[in-house]
Design a protein around this ligand. Structure first.
Ligand code: UDP
Length: 237
């Protein structure tokens, strides 16, 4: 597989074309941003951790019938993925209150929700990724009704599968963000699933093992990422 031109560089990843027109290479960086890039830094080894954790989770989800862009792990920082056109939505599922939802509703973090909360945010940095509903997405052609139905159905199933997976690691899956893409007319899961895009709290202690350690200057950021990697790799053996 030949790595060709870079087609995109985001905050945490670069994407390259390959000699196969249907495949891209996704390369994970150590760069970290928070609060819409107002806070910037480096989390040493993060790229390696996120690449590996994402690949384990994508493979687990594929096995359970979720279509994903994952093809194979190429190296420590590189993953071969199907070429997709990203739907401009950040799809969030919450099981426990934290971050944006606690702020939005003026409630404490750490409240276990009676039912999972499904949210859509418009992927637009200049607007701070505003919370929207399906009507907004439909009305301005972000996706069709059929696509939105598929995205919601997949997101709810993914939440169940991820919750079960992390349960076994003694971790509460507080919330997470997904991105979906179009590939040959079909909606598939894309992007990454990692401590950058999920909140992971150790059961019992509530110890945070995710990007909130960086966002909130809690210290031991690298250690938390390595700890999550070790846990995920251990159970996937
Ligand atoms: N999230 C993300 N990218 C974003 C915003 C949020 O991956 O641009 C993840 C975040 O890590 C958390 C979940 O989505 O697991 C919900 O985040 P929230 O809406 O609470 O926003 P935040 O508090 O991170 O600003």
């Amino acid at each position: 597989m030949k790595k060709l031109n870079q087609v995109y560089e985001g905050k945490a990843k670069k994407v390259f074309e390959t000699d196969d027109p249907d495949l891209f290479i996704q390369e994970f960086k150590d760069d970290a941003t928070a609060f819409n890039a107002k806070k910037k830094g480096t989390i040493v080894g993060k790229g390696v951790v996120n690449n590996k954790i994402s690949s384990v989770l994508f493979q687990m989800l594929e096995k359970e019938g979720i279509p994903t862009h994952f093809v194979k792990l190429l190296s420590e920082r590189e993953m071969l993925v199907k070429k997709v056109k990203i739907v401009p939505l950040e799809v969030t599922i919450r099981n426990i209150t934290a971050g944006g939802m606690a702020k939005l509703l003026g409630i404490e973090e750490g409240i276990r929700l009676k039912t999972p909360v499904y949210e859509l945010h418009y992927k637009a940095d200049h607007l701070d990724d505003p919370l929207i509903n399906e009507d907004h997405a439909l009305a301005i052609n972000m996706a069709t009704q059929e696509e939105l139905d598929t995205i919601k159905k997949l997101a709810i199933k993914i939440n169940q599968l991820l919750k079960n997976f992390f349960e076994k690691l003694n971790i509460d899956l507080v919330d997470f963000k997904l991105e979906f893409g179009r590939c040959k007319g079909k909606i598939i899961l894309a992007d990454e699933i990692s401590p950058d895009t999920c909140r992971f709290w150790e059961k019992g202690t509530g110890r945070k093992l995710d990007k909130d350690r960086f966002r909130r200057d809690l210290g031991n950021v690298e250690d938390a990422y390595q700890e999550m990697l070790a846990k995920v790799v251990e159970t996937s053996k």
